[in-house]
Write a protein that binds this ligand. Structure first.
Ligand SMILES: C[S@@+](CC[C@H](N)C(=O)[O-])C[C@H]1O[C@@H](n2cnc3c(N)ncnc32)[C@H](O)[C@@H]1O
Length: 244
């Protein structure tokens, strides 16, 4: 595995407190929507890219899906593994930098949610990582990827935040609360996207776009992006015939 990644320190500090964040409370709705939208069934193999403590992976595994979660944070992976073990779930978790993903046409579906391993890369490596995620899908395999919306980020930019139009990266200082209630400030760099960028990334990676929607955590739905929707949700599928 490559060296330390800037988010690792945040994950280390947060540990299980990550799951206290309000945006994690809508996991069941998100999974319900994705199972339907991606046609995920028991027995399918699903890759969760930047799985964190595994909230989506574990929910899918509870439905009989064979999930592989990958993430760079050992703390988050340990949390995911502990739950999978206690509940005897068919989910495995691997410590990996998404810039080194090398799965080849192995998965029926891939999910990459809440920036997970795509939206925290600093605005340079995203096309390559996107291609790696796409390559992990079998022909016909489906993708759901969420990303922070550039128009929302700019429209609702807050004092102290900066948005770099060249890279689409939003920088903020954020106060984070650990499991024991202690607080610390961290820098966060979130790469933001337009719907069109996600469509172009998908097309260049050999995926057919089913839709790009405007969503809020816990309220996934197939509705067009609006300036008030903080996240974009791309649904796409790998072409049946893979072009060389
Ligand atoms: C905001 S969390 C989202 C986690 C999970 N997908 C969710 O929805 O709760 C972002 C995750 O991406 C992981 N991540 C960020 N950059 C990564 C990289 N280069 N390789 C692997 N994982 C990465 C972080 O460790 C973190 O777990």
């Amino acid at each position: 595995m490559s060296g330390r990644f800037w988010f690792d320190e945040i994950a280390e500090f947060l540990g299980s407190a990550y799951l206290r964040n309000a945006f994690t409370k809508g996991t069941d709705q998100e999974v319900e929507f994705l199972v339907d939208a991606l046609g995920i069934e028991a027995g399918h193999r699903v890759l969760d890219v930047g799985c964190g403590p595994g909230r989506h992976s574990l929910a899918l595994a509870r439905r009989g899906v064979a999930v592989v979660g990958v993430d760079h944070s050992r703390e988050f992976l340990d949390l995911a593994r502990a739950t999978a073990e206690v509940e005897h779930l068919g989910a495995t978790f691997a410590e990996l930098d998404v810039r080194e993903l090398s799965y080849d046409a192995e998965f029926d579906a891939a999910i990459c949610l809440c920036q997970g391993g795509f939206g925290l890369l600093g605005g340079r490596d995203e096309p390559d990582v996107f291609r790696r995620i796409a390559a992990a899908l079998r022909p016909g395999g489906r993708l759901a990827l969420s990303a922070f919306s550039a128009s929302f980020a700019v429209r609702f930019i807050e004092p102290g935040e900066t948005f770099d139009p060249a890279t689409g990266v939003l920088h903020e200082r954020s106060t984070v609360r650990g499991p024991d209630g202690a607080e610390r400030e961290f820098d966060l760099w979130t790469t933001c996207f337009t719907p069109r960028e996600l469509e172009l990334l998908a097309a260049s990676a050999g995926l057919r776009v089913d839709g790009v929607y405007g969503v809020t955590p816990g309220r996934y739905r197939a509705e067009p992006p609006t300036l008030d929707a903080p996240e974009l949700l791309l649904l796409a599928r790998r072409e049946q015939r893979i072009r060389s």
